[in-house]
Design a protein around this ligand. Structure first.
Ligand code: ATP
Length: 867
């Protein structure tokens, strides 16, 4: 078969059965049904059975299996059955969880998956990239991701980065020429390939391959199953589990030896070792962490922060610097023209007069040198640009009347490095170049000025007046655009942009978002440094930063050029004081991130442009804008803001902190409960008492009655003081000294009451003793669930403030009652009949640790308050 790139444009269109008006939506729908979605299968996913079996490949589960076998040999066949049942149940739960977590990640992924612009039924529309089909006419613009392979039909200076396919990191120029020879992929300049990024220009492309039928799809199908990525927390818990397993084996062996020394029968001694192993293994830990993380990310998505990388959930809690764009993120991106400086005076927009030649040229520049439009009263395109159209409308004219009949001859599009844009039009029979942009980009290119008395050479005094006016506008937080023009037949390109005639300055207001000020205050309170990074003028940026509290007394603002002149050590010295970076280029952003990271900070950086991707990748949390952001920036980010709002970042940080804290509390709950059981078993073995728990008792607690409160702790709402603490140190693990001390103390406390219950039961017989110990341990741990909800006392947080914890408690008590009171369960769980008095003791004893822990919390709170 002939290759697509070797066909002419006409042949390609004919072969695909499409015209330049694109497919009809009906045909596109049919093709989608026939050929499937435009997605890559990321290697093979594990089947449910594989996931199920993998649950058994865990040292802790193997220890349990050994325990079951030992139980069988010791004649304890019921225990064996229950342990196997529990292991199987655990594996089923693990499998369901795994599949749910995958689903939840998929749904997050689809929230942040790219869109594509296609022409269908003759109209340009935006659709999810997975709906692109062969034959679609895709419109590519700077900042887009190429989502399918295609042959270029119309090319307007398109440049793409194809490094994901060719490894070549420089941008390549594309064209719509014919290629006759057979050439390698990198030389097929009339084609674009899925996975590339559009870095410049525009093109219309006929799609020749989608999904696995693309060049990148061919590589993807060679790749093996995608590795599951674990978060740092999951990794450290995995490490912790394997260490724990080894420690358990050693201690179990010691306990076994000790029991033998105490002249215990071998089988009984083995039962001690088994009880200990089962007591110590936190069976539910892994799944609880996954569940809590999944709940957290879903909640963030509801609040407009879509997490693309689970790692970000944890890093968010450590964020100590947030670098944010100004326009649209901190401000509303709703531009309105204010005053205009023209012919040496500052006038209101309504005072523009078409009979005045300078005014007329300014309006040409504002409306023609502009890519936006207003449809049904709604601006389309860049808000800076459609604000300029509004001015013309206010004068009673319509931009379409002016634009129709005038053809754009040439253009150099706006880019945030050059900070200006120019276009060429034939006006009154003469070729004119119209330009607009930042004052520092344009003023030095002007050698004449449109003054009141006509065009004349520009003087130093004129320039001083212009700069003075610019400062005055900027100090009021206004954004200022500079306009200039020239008559010229020269080709328009970046090298011919000089010799302009200065026309005027147009100032516009872009008010801060209402919530920005409060969000900045929250960030500061939370020990996070907010930094503004903008392409706008330094004085404008500082004025806005001052209004919303980012720029405070003693702070400094620097421009990209000043930053370039600083050495790294100079930057390191000043960085904590710099709260505004103005006129920055995307490369400056990388330097700012690196400087903060050198100081050990976790940095979040926002970005929307095509050139922002490297800075977003470099930052610990790259944040892209869901509405105005380019697909390339969204692809590079680890979080996407669906409302482009700075305040959403702060909410996400709060959620990140909350998720981490809840996970930590849930782990404290599970491990301190396990400690209690370990202490009790070791104590009994040292004193040669009978085994306090059957293996089934401990499995019942670890897997059933303890799981529910742990999940409830994971659902705990953020506390008020969450944002009044400093960010967490990223290097600090979960098992801090404070955490371990609490775990051991709380575990010991519960062990004391459990053993007291055991002794009371022992006065009757070993079976009663074990039943009482089991019931006390279960109930005490259920009560303990309330202690672990927060470091504050229950009086401060309120008993009913987390209904899940009440439900979990009720369910746990119900399960315990079922086992204790339903005779049918007794042989399975080795339960002895209990008297009313014994039950009373159990309830009382189980409550004691919680009373003590709550009193300790109240005392600690009071000491803190009086300090
Ligand atoms: P932020 O980086 O906070 O989003 P910004 O929107 O000002 O701020 P850029 O879009 O990079 O950043 O714009 C930089 C400068 O370029 C602006 O201050 C303005 O002077 C000029 N500019 C912006 N938009 C246009 C445009 N459409 N045409 C010409 N010049 C523009």
């Amino acid at each position: 078969m002939m290759n697509w790139y070797q066909l002419t444009k006409e042949q390609v269109l004919e072969k695909l059965g499409v015209t330049k008006d694109g497919l009809s939506s009906k045909k596109a729908e049919e093709l989608l049904q026939k050929n499937g979605e435009n997605v890559l299968q990321e290697g093979k996913r594990k089947t449910a059975l594989q996931v199920f079996l993998s649950q058994f490949a865990d040292l802790l589960v193997i220890i349990l299996i050994i325990a079951a076998i030992i139980s069988m040999f010791s004649g304890n066949i019921e225990s064996t059955i229950v342990i196997f049942a529990v292991i199987t149940l655990n594996a089923i739960l693990g499998t369901v969880q795994h599949i749910n977590a995958e689903k939840s990640l998929d749904s997050l992924k689809s929230l942040s998956s790219p869109n594509a612009k296609v022409i269908r039924d003759g109209q340009k529309i935006e659709i999810p990239s997975k709906e692109v089909v062969e034959g679609d006419m895709v419109v590519l613009e700077a900042g887009d991701l190429v989502v399918a392979d295609g042959r270029i039909i119309n090319n307007y200076s398109l440049q793409v980065n194809e490094s994901s396919l060719t490894g070549e990191s420089t941008n390549v120029d594309k064209n719509d020429d014919n290629i006759t020879a057979e050439v390698p992929l990198a030389d097929r300049t009339n084609m674009v390939y899925s996975g590339s990024l559009v870095t410049y220009g525009r093109a219309i492309v006929a799609v020749t391959g989608t999904g696995m039928n693309t060049e990148i799809g061919k590589i993807a199908s060679l790749m093996n199953a995608a590795k599951e990525k674990k978060t740092p927390l999951q990794e450290s818990l995995d490490k912790f589990s394997s260490k724990l397993a080894i420690i358990i084996l050693i201690i179990s062996a010691l306990v076994f030896g000790l029991s033998l020394l105490n002249h215990m029968a071998i089988l009984d001694a083995l039962m001690f070792a088994v009880a200990l192993a089962v007591a110590a293994i936190p069976e539910a830990l892994g799944s609880i962490v996954t569940i809590v993380q999944a709940i957290g990310t879903q909640k963030m998505a509801k609040e407009n922060a879509v997490i693309k990388d689970l790692k970000a959930v944890e890093s968010l809690g450590c964020v100590s610097v947030i670098c944010s764009d100004k326009t649209g993120t901190l401000t509303q991106n709703k531009m309105t023209v204010q005053k205009i400086y023209i012919n040496g005076e500052s006038i209101f927009e309504e005072e523009l007069d078409l009979n005045n030649q300078s005014h007329r040229y300014l309006l040409y520049d504002m409306v023609l040198n502009n890519d936006s439009s207003i449809v049904d009263g709604k601006g389309i395109g860049d808000p800076t640009e459609y604000a300029l159209l509004e001015t013309l409308r206010k004068l009673g004219y319509n931009e379409d009347d002016l634009r129709s009949g005038l053809k754009r001859l040439e253009e150099v599009p706006f880019d945030s490095d050059r900070k200006m844009m120019s276009t060429k039009y034939k006006l009154h029979g003469v070729n004119h170049i119209l330009t607009k942009g930042a004052i520092d980009a344009i003023l030095d290119r002007c050698d004449s000025i449109a003054a009141k008395d006509g065009v004349r050479p520009i003087t130093q005094a004129d320039k001083a007046d212009i700069l003075k006016q610019n400062t005055e506008y900027s100090e009021n937080g206004l954004r200022v655009l500079t306009f200039a023009y020239k008559e010229s037949d020269e080709e328009l390109n970046v090298n011919t942009e000089y010799g302009y005639t200065f026309l005027g300055l147009v100032s516009m207001i872009d008010p801060p978002r209402e919530e920005s000020k409060a969000a900045v205050a929250d960030a500061v309170r939370a020990g996070i440094k907010p930094v503004m990074i903008t392409g706008d003028h330094k004085i404008t940026a500082t004025a806005i930063a001052r209004q919303i509290g980012i720029f405070r007394e003693g702070d400094i603002a620097v421009t990209g050029m000043e930053l370039d002149a600083m050495s790294d050590s100079e930057l390191d010295q000043k960085i904590e004081k710099i709260s505004v970076y103005a006129r920055v280029s995307p490369e400056n952003k990388i330097r700012i991130v690196e400087a903060w990271q050198r100081k050990g900070n976790i940095v979040s950086m926002t970005g929307d442009g095509v050139n922002d991707a490297p800075a977003l990748k470099k930052a610990d949390i790259g944040v892209a804008m869901g509405i105005t952001g380019t697909e390339v920036s969204k692809d590079a980010a680890s979080m996407v803001l669906q409302d482009d709002n700075f305040a959403t970042i702060i909410k996400a940080v709060a959620n990140g902190r909350n998720v981490y804290r809840n996970i930590k509390n849930a782990i404290l709950f599970l491990l301190s409960g396990n400690m209690a059981a370990i202490f009790a078993v070791v104590y009994a073995s040292l004193l040669a008492l009978p085994v306090p728990f059957e293996a089934v008792h401990l499995l019942f607690i670890n897997l059933l009655t303890d799981s529910l409160p742990a999940i409830a702790i994971g659902m705990e709402k953020p506390e008020k003081d969450l944002l009044s603490q400093k960010p967490r140190d990223p290097k600090q693990g979960i098992l801090t000294k404070e955490f371990s001390t609490l775990m051991l103390l709380q575990g010991a406390l519960i062990a004391v009451v459990v053993m007291t219950a055991f002794y009371i039961g022992l006065q009757v017989n070993a079976a009663t003793a074990s039943t009482m110990a089991f019931a006390t341990l279960t109930l005490a741990r259920l009560f303990h669930g309330f202690n672990c909800r927060s470091k504050h006392s229950i009086f401060k947080i309120g008993l009913a403030s987390n209904v899940y914890s009440l439900l979990a408690f009720a369910a746990g008590v119900g399960l315990l009652a079922f086992v204790i009171f339903v005779p049918f369960m007794h042989p399975l769980f080795k339960i002895a009949e209990l008297t009313g008095a014994q039950i009373g003791f159990i309830a009382l004893l189980a409550f004691i640790p919680t009373v003590i822990i709550q009193i300790a919390k109240v005392i600690a709170e009071n000491i803190k308050k009086s300090k």
